[in-house]
Structure formats: C-alpha cells, structure tokens
Write a protein that binds this ligand. Sequence first.
Ligand SMILES: [Mg+2]
Length: 261
Amino acid sequence: MGSDKRRVKGALLDLDGTVWDDEIAPYDGAAETVARLREAGLPVRFVTNTTRLSRKALAEMLSERGLAAEADDVFTATLAGVIRLREWGVTRIAVLLPDAALSEFADFDVVEDDPEALIVGDLGAGWTFEVLNRAFRWLRAGAEFLALHRNPYWKTEGELVLDAGAFVAALEYATDSEATLVGKPSPVLFQAAARSLELEPGDLAMVGDSLRTDIPGAQAAGCLGVLVRTGKFDEVELANSDVEPDTVIDSIAKLPQALDL
Ligand SMILES: [Mg+2]
C-alpha cells in the first residue's frame, strides 16, 4: 500500500464474509483486530448491505461475539435508504423488507396504496409473484424506486441463494427504469459512516470480501479498498476483474499488520 497506509485514521468493516462467516461465527482474529484498531486510536464502523436486521440487533450480535458495538457503530443499507428518503422529502412509502428491519422507518408513513417511493431490500422467501407484481404496479404508477442494494446472490448455511439485486433487476426490466441504489457499492454508506466519525472517506480503509460491492464504491468515495480472502472472495474473479483493491489480505486477522499497527 506504500504511502497510503499513513493516511488511514479509521476502518469500515463489512460483516458477512469479513467479520463473520455464513454461520455468524467470527473469523479467527476478528475480535483481536477490532480491539487492536481501537487501541491504536482508529475508530471502527461496521458497514453492511444486510437489510434483514436492525442496527441495534446487529450491534448486539457483534457484542455477544466479543466485538463490542453500539447501534450507532453499524451502518446498514437500510439506514442509507432512510437518509436518501429524507433528502427526497417523501413521507408515504411502500417497504419490501422483513418486519425486523421496519423499525428504521418509524418516521415514515408505510402504506400499501399509492406510495411516493418504493424501498426494496432483502425479502428472502417473501418474494412471490404477487409481491413482485404489486411492486411493479406501484412503480408503473410513478413511485420512486429505491434499492437498498443490488447484490445478485449471497451465501447462507453453505448454499448460494438469490439476493435482493436479482429482484431489483427484474423490476427495472419490467418498468424500463433504474432504481436509485443506496447500499454498497453506492458511496452513500461510506460517506455517512465517514461523517459519523468526523473524518473524510479518504481517511478510511474499507475492508470487505466482495470485489464488486465493497471495493469499487469505497475507492470511488476515496477510501482505501482492502479485500479479504474470506467469504465470497474468489481468486479467479480477482484475476479477471478491472477492479484493483489497494491491498488483498488473507483475512481480517491480517488487517493490523497491513495498516502497520
Ligand atoms: Mg461481505
């Protein structure tokens, strides 16, 4: 990383595939890395595209696993969506997210008819023809289309499964429109996390396992992009990609060393 190392004043850590595996077991050295960063005066924020859980629930899961965190330390795509909806000034929204994530939208009117905006995230097994069709009609009627992320697939319990991005793409295709993306790789989340630390994105390293969602958006926002060889890391994908991480490390355990701590 050369001289880049010296500018890092804080770290943004992806969760799935970076801090913990698909069974939510932290990777070896994850807790030690977070402790080491904090000890060295580098604050840590967790930046995840998951929209299945609230920030509070994620902070509790981190804390239970030895990575002490408060809700305010966790940046989800859902939070980025709330920030964007406020910027737009919309109040009537339709939400396609699991119930556990709805608490983030308490300030909005969640409706089933004539929404000003449609927010799409991880509905998992809730994606049915009926749900997709309802969303299609809202969009046809003029609702703004906000996608919390567009990850095509993810891995859970050892299996790859379709993620929200596949359904976002279907709705875009059917309505000949393009969703506004707020989760990674959009810079919205990286910028919001940087603001919360009173730092510039250029002061931060973003550490993640996804070449497509963690690295280019972070680099575009000005962060250092650190790819880990865990989670969905794929050596062949890296070799054939135009994306060039600033550094690639075996796992989060190697982060303090990569940052010269
Ligand atoms: Mg990940």
